[in-house]
Design a protein around this ligand. Sequence first.
Ligand SMILES: [Zn+2]
Length: 260
Amino acid sequence: MSRRNGEKNMQRQPGGRVVIIKKKTAVITAAIVIAIVLAASAIWTAERPELPAMSYVIAGQVIAVDAGHGGVDPGASRDGLEEKDITLAISKKLVRYLNQAGAQAVNLRTGDDDLCGDNFKGKIRERKRRDLALRVEKAKNAKADLYISIHTNADLSPRWSGAQTFYKAGQEESKRTAIAIQDELIRILGNNNREAKTGSYYILNKAPMPIVIVEVGFLSNPREAQLMVSDEYQDKIAYAIFSGIIKSYLPEEKSSNKLK
Ligand SMILES: [Zn+2]
């Protein structure tokens, strides 16, 4: 609309003014385009916002995406649903979003297996520890700037629900990213008043780069479990994590009051 007004104004002006108005119009048009892109990204709709327009901030960033568990380790399970399948599906979607936006996403697990290989002879507990160590190693070798570990939560009670992020106490980069992802999970998935929390987990303690664990929901909550196995909801989760990563890289997010 404003573009049309701008053209109208230009016609009325004598020669010298045209250039100035043209420039002004271009600036206003650009501002409106940016505003529309940002507004579109603020609402989840079937039509995706133009990703490249908002993603220059993560271009070239190496981001390790870790689908929790795998192979002999199913993670949490309820009524035939297993954590390892949900985390794998979401991680693949997240990798796709990140790569589309120009990041170099490294998927630490791409199939239904852990990283120990067939020849590992240790007990299941040793295998699990080795698997986690290998994941961190793989992220280090890839020179990852950020590590995103995807899990589902579970509790004895079916009443708890909601996605939640975790970071290591004292790691400001991780905290900023965890808060940004948490905000996006709440905005896009809704129905959640959880906050990014500190945690002490092997992978948080061992990874040398900024790292966030995303517990995408509770498998012990029947309603949420059903959502988490649907392709559409998995896509929403992946997009929320992606959007949170983008926002954590934006300058205004870095000076946000929430981080003080
Ligand atoms: Zn897990």
